[in-house]
Write a protein that binds this ligand. Sequence first.
Ligand SMILES: Cc1ncc(COP(=O)(O)O)c(C=O)c1O
Length: 444
Amino acid sequence: MISHFCCKVSFLRYHFFKMGIGMTDDKVRVSFPAGGVSWSVLKETMAEYSSLDIEWRDGRSPLFVFKNDAETEEIGRKAFFEYFNENGLGGSRAFHGIGRMEREVLAFGLDLLQAPKSGSGVFTTGGSESILLAVKAARDAFRSKPNAPQHGLNIVMPDTAHAAFDKASQLMDLDIRRAPLRHDKRVDPVALGELIDARTILIVGSAPCYPHGVIDPLEELSDLALTHDLWLHVDACVGGWILPFFKMNGRDVGSFDFSLPGIRSISADLHKFGFCPKPASTVFFRNSEDQERAKFVADAWPSGIFRTATLAGTRPAGAVAGAWAVLNHLGTSGYRRAADRLAKMTDSYVHDIEAIDGMTMWAKPDLSLINFGSETHDMNKVAAEMMERGWLTTLTRRPVGLHIMMSLLHEEPRERYISDLKDSIRASGSSTKTLTLQSTGYAD
Ligand SMILES: Cc1ncc(COP(=O)(O)O)c(C=O)c1O
């Protein structure tokens, strides 16, 4: 047991030390290949490169990978490779099968999120792209109002809203205003309301937010949006495709979908808790004319009108086929089972962590993202000790905590994780090793 894993870990440590640059060999320059390398050699080399990977299949990565079960993964993989060569961009003109699958996936999402008949959606390559599209649509809707200011516009959002909104704001020259949280780590809607002004194009709530895994008070945000005639986007990139099943199972997760009248758009990632192959996300609009605003249209060049509903041009058709297959395979019964297992697993982690002297959950998770810390122990040192024991560790800074976005990959190793956590806490008392947020942030 010790041998293989420890060797690998010490090798990793040695490698990181030598490189001095974190996880990748990104300073190495190699010449353009002469070609002719056979598949068997390529495969072997790839395996060698990947030998430094974290053991994510054993739940040792706190983010990046999601899994329901082996059968779902295999169905997603097979469907993906059935459509390996086709292009999602040609879904309405060349690849009618992919076009039909995409329309069905979007219809499934509209149904699940209780969209009205006027609703429509877009299949994208990820949460960030879904968010970019919603922000673009909100900005253009705002600008189209009579006498609306065109510049110096802002987004008002919870302190915990995902950095993809910062990305959108940098691309679209918008300001970001982050509202403080309540004690339960959900945004304070009154404080958020106070940040709104005549140049606010959009307010945001998360279902749930990444740092604490809790759902913002969306009913209050919906009221706020209606009162101020503002666009409310719900970032359900994490929860969109699974929370409906938490709710069906009787878990108290509140309302997070179009049943709240102030919600105008929702992002929901298939490649997270939809358990579909990457890259796959969706963004839904209450009204199809809002989706039109998210589109990109250019007509100046020699090739005539260019129009895409996505930021990406060429898109992997395999991701569409994979999502369609997984959704049909799991369906309501499969997702309800997954939701039940996720909820029970999360409750067990929370129970075990809270039972450790000095450890506190910073919030009570609504889904399966946990964040915990301590008033008595140095979590940067605990994180370093966890890394020593082979757990890739992510830290948060407000407050300092260990963060895990758990999927069912984390179900089996719970006892090992908790036992290593206890050892790490003990060892941190006399340890000089520490991890900083810079080295453990959520970065590529
Ligand atoms: C709440 C939330 N929104 C958006 C995103 C961005 O998603 P993606 O990495 O697919 O672009 C994430 C990613 O973890 C997230 O947690």
